[in-house]
Ligand binder design. Structure first.
Ligand code: TYM
Length: 342
């Protein structure tokens, strides 16, 4: 069976973008693939994390996976640092990836900010660890939001260059799965920025554990524009929203995309329903929809927060199974490279 690998960083504030762009797809795909879902704690520390919070957030992401409906018996759920193969393979990839490739990574530039000299070297080689995550399992399919596309292209290049340099056909070609109309959920305050865990304004995102009042308030206050709502004629013949059109009313189309995805309908149907309406009614409907979809998940996450032993036992079991797959692959890779194991 084809294999999926994907991961989420335990850096707090898990939000609607993470759910709609990624976790929701994990749930939908889990039975069609051999599926491995990771909590990438080693990636998280590329920016400093409080150790107590890192542990809590690691359990929180695990709880989100479970609450969203990932079956820990059918899939593997574990946290990255428990499986040494990730770090071992990442080192080899540090020696394969060219510095020029890393210099092109937009996410490094965003995260490092103005003081690039002061960023951790881990943040710089972050994409190599991500390539190692996937390739330690020879996974072929990687469901992610659009912001990870460039990293996956690099992972693909690393695999190819390794095969070429060592004249082997060892690592497979990676296929990103960037699916649905919420590939890039934007901030509720500014439709030109993506919804992000690290945005300093909590009003910019809907967190997975927000209660009804918080969701209602955030949607009510979400930035929109004074025009009535657009109709289906804004779509192209394929039913897609042209980028130029999106840019004209980014906040409006963001909310519409969220609505369509939460309701599992296509954008055309939603545009037809609300054509010419005012945002106030739409926002009320969106609130009801978001609360009905996210509410039960948030509740289950809170319940699991009080049962850390259960969550830990899933991570322990997952790590054992992950290790059993990754270790032999990475050992073989080390042999190809020429590491002596006398
Ligand atoms: P992270 O933790 O930033 O995000 C987790 C997943 O959520 C998606 N996502 C979004 N999707 C739509 N709209 C948004 N506003 C939005 N924000 C985040 C991300 O694309 C991602 O799929 N580098 C990864 C974690 C990672 C990984 C991997 C992923 C590490 N190793 C191997 C896949 C395979 C990250 O930082 O995701």
């Amino acid at each position: 069976m084809k294999r999926i690998f994907s991961g989420v960083q335990p850096t707090g504030n898990l939000h609607l973008g993470n759910y709609l762009g990624a976790i929701r797809h994990f749930v939908a795909l889990q039975h069609d693939y051999d599926s491995i879902f990771c909590v990438v704690d080693m990636h998280a520390i590329t920016l400093w994390q409080d150790p107590t919070e890192l542990r809590a957030h690691t359990r929180e992401i695990t709880a989100a996976y479970l609450a969203a409906g990932i079956d820990p018996k059918a899939c593997i759920i574990f946290n990255q640092s428990q499986v040494p193969a990730h770090a071992e393979l990442a080192w080899i990839f540090n020696c394969i990836t060219r510095i020029g490739w890393l210099n092109r990574m937009t996410q490094f530039k965003e995260k490092a900010g103005k003081h690039r000299e002061n960023a951790s070297s881990g943040l710089y080689v972050y994409p190599n660890l991500m390539a190692a995550d996937i390739l330690a399992y020879k996974a072929t399919h990687v469901p992610v939001g659009e912001d990870q596309k460039q990293h996956l292209e690099l992972a693909r290049n690393v695999a190819q260059k390794f095969n070429y340099d060592y004249e082997v056909d060892f690592f497979p070609v990676i296929d990103p799965l960037i699916l649905g109309s919420a590939r890039r959920v934007m901030s509720l305050r500014d439709g030109t920025r993506k919804m992000s865990k690290s945005d300093t304004s909590d009003m910019s995102r809907i967190n997975m554990t927000d209660d009804r009042d918080a969701v209602a308030k955030k949607i009510r206050k979400a930035t929109t524009d004074p025009e009535p709502m657009p109709g289906p004629d804004v779509l192209d013949t394929e039913g897609e929203l042209p980028e130029e059109t999106r840019k004209q009313r980014p906040e409006a189309y963001n909310l519409l995309g969220i609505f369509a995805t939460l309701e599992d309908r296509d954008l055309r149907a939603v545009l037809t329903q609300y054509e010419g309406a005012q945002f106030s009614q739409f926002k009320k409907d969106l609130t009801d929809l978001a609360v009905s979809r996210l509410g039960p998940m948030g509740e289950e996450m809170k319940r699991l927060k009080d049962d850390p032993d259960h969550v830990d036992s899933i991570l322990r079991d997952g790590a054992e199974r992950a290790n059993a797959i990754a270790q032999p692959i990475v050992r073989e890779c080390q042999e190809i490279v020429g590491f002596l194991r006398p």
